[in-house]
Design a protein around this ligand. Structure first.
Ligand code: NAD
Ligand code: AHE
Ligand code: ZN
Length: 377
């Protein structure tokens, strides 16, 4: 019952590329915390990036996973915004909404720093963990979510309470990839009708940028991927042109500038490759082009370009979770999905069952034909 530890299954990352089904014990939520029954996980490339050892903040052993749908099992002392039975999306970018939080108060950002320090250290805000393996090994938390488990504990400020009608097996994708792509186009870049757009990388994040740009009325949408199989799906999501950089005789940015005379109004990196980030910046329009970094680069990687690219009017920006303030803005996105305004079913290309099969989702996402592999708990 409430207050008792729960024994359950998880996919535990014991080390680089070592993800194993494991029996774990999940402690009760402390003050300001919520224990969740995880219903479905959609694997995001960032989980793989951390599993591969590319994340400077990566910790082992840990419970990864940050794109999920869940139901509140129990709440700790003082929790008022959610109750047992509520459907929630755990959000790695929390929203504390406290009066003295200048980030929550500002319309310019979603980056509430309230629990970011401990989140990066793999603990709850009090500096301790709620997870251990059945043999007693402590397990680190990840991104304030740790959803590759049948039960997890998160902060109340990380829980976006969503409609009871939501299908957690699909809206889980609003916990990261799909919401990030939409927000990158709508909030970070603020793409307008008639604009030109170039999206580098046609995974779920890139396709969500394409979908969102189309909804805004972008006139020309270039999809760029090294995998030719992405052409058809990119066009289904709204791309007007598809380019494979490996087929080009000149750098891809030169081709894009040639196609558009002065460059593309809005460009997006959805690959995490720093050379691609450079190409995306240099493909942006002289005088006003905006390039948004969404992809997450491996530890030690840095971006470079000639400063002249900025002097001549290009802007380089980045986005975390598409700039969405999680508790305020995720629930309305879910409502728009429910009323049919924002279709998301096509992102789910693979379905698996049982958290112990999370490794199957990792293999699927490596496969090249996968957008999102959703694992039901
Ligand atoms: P994914 O692996 O499903 O998709 C990546 C796509 O990029 C693939 O289609 C791949 O073929 C393509 N690609 C790889 N190298 C390329 C190159 N050199 N040129 C063109 N295309 C190339 O990944 P995803 O889940 O869609 O995530 C995309 C990126 O966004 C990852 O780096 C992920 O970590 C990051 N991400 C960031 C945020 C954020 O808030 N900033 C949120 C979600 C994901
Ligand atoms: N922990 C890494 C960087 C990882 C990273 O940049 N994460 C993105 C979200 S990726 C979601 O799939 C992000 O939003 N970061 C902001 C934040 O506060 O973590 C590192 O370099 O240390
Ligand atoms: Zn993610």
């Amino acid at each position: 019952g409430t207050g008792e530890p729960i024994s359950c299954k998880a996919a535990v990352a014991f080390g680089v590329d070592d993800l194993r089904p494991t029996d774990i014990v999940v402690a009760a939520p402390k003050a300001g915390e919520v224990r969740l029954k995880v219903v479905a996980n959609a694997l995001c490339h960032t989980d793989i990036y951390t599993l591969e050892g590319s994340d400077p903040e990566g910790l082992f052993p840990s419970i990864l996973g940050h794109e999920a749908g869940a139901i509140v099992e129990s709440v700790g002392e003082g929790v008022t915004s959610v109750k047992p039975g509520d459907k929630v999306i755990p959000c790695y970018t929390p929203q504390c909404r406290e009066a003295d939080c200048i980030f929550c108060a500002s319309p310019k950002t979603n980056l509430c720093p309230k629990i970011r320090g401990t989140q990066g250290q793999g603990t709850m805000p009090d500096g301790t963990t709620r997870f251990k393996a059945a043999d007693g090994t402590p397990l680190a938390h990840f991104m304030g979510c740790s959803t590759f488990a049948e039960y997890t504990v998160v902060s109340e400020i990380s829980c976006a309470k969503i409609s009871d009608d939501a299908d957690l097996e699909t809206v889980c994708m609003l916990g990261c990839g799909v919401a990030t792509g939409w927000g990158a186009a709508w909030k970070t870049a603020n793409v307008e009708e008639g604009a030109s757009v170039a999206v580098f990388g046609c995974g779920a994040v890139g396709l969500a940028v394409i979908q969102a740009a189309k909804i805004r009325g972008a006139r020309r949408i270039f999809a760029i991927d090294v995998n030719d199989d992405k052409k058809a799906v990119a066009e289904e999501f709204g791309a007007t042109d598809f380019l494979n950089p490996t087929d080009e005789d000149t750098p891809i940015q030169q081709r894009l500038v040639a196609e558009t005379q002065w460059g593309v109004d809005y460009t997006f990196d959805c690959t995490g490759n720093v050379e691609v980030m450079r190409a995306a910046l240099e493909a942006a329009h002289r005088g006003w082009g905006v390039s948004v970094v969404i992809g997450v680069a491996a530890a030690g990687k840095e971006i470079a370009t000639r400063p002249f690219q900025l002097v001549t009017g290009r802007t380089w920006k980045g986005t975390a979770f598409g700039g969405f303030k999680s508790r305020d803005e995720v629930p309305p996105l879910v409502d728009q999905v429910l009323n049919g305004e924002l279709p998301i079913d096509a992102y789910v290309t693979h379905r698996l069952s049982g958290v112990e099969n999370t490794l199957g989702a990792v293999d699927a996402l490596h496969g090249g034909d996968c957008l999102r592999a959703v694992v039901s708990s």
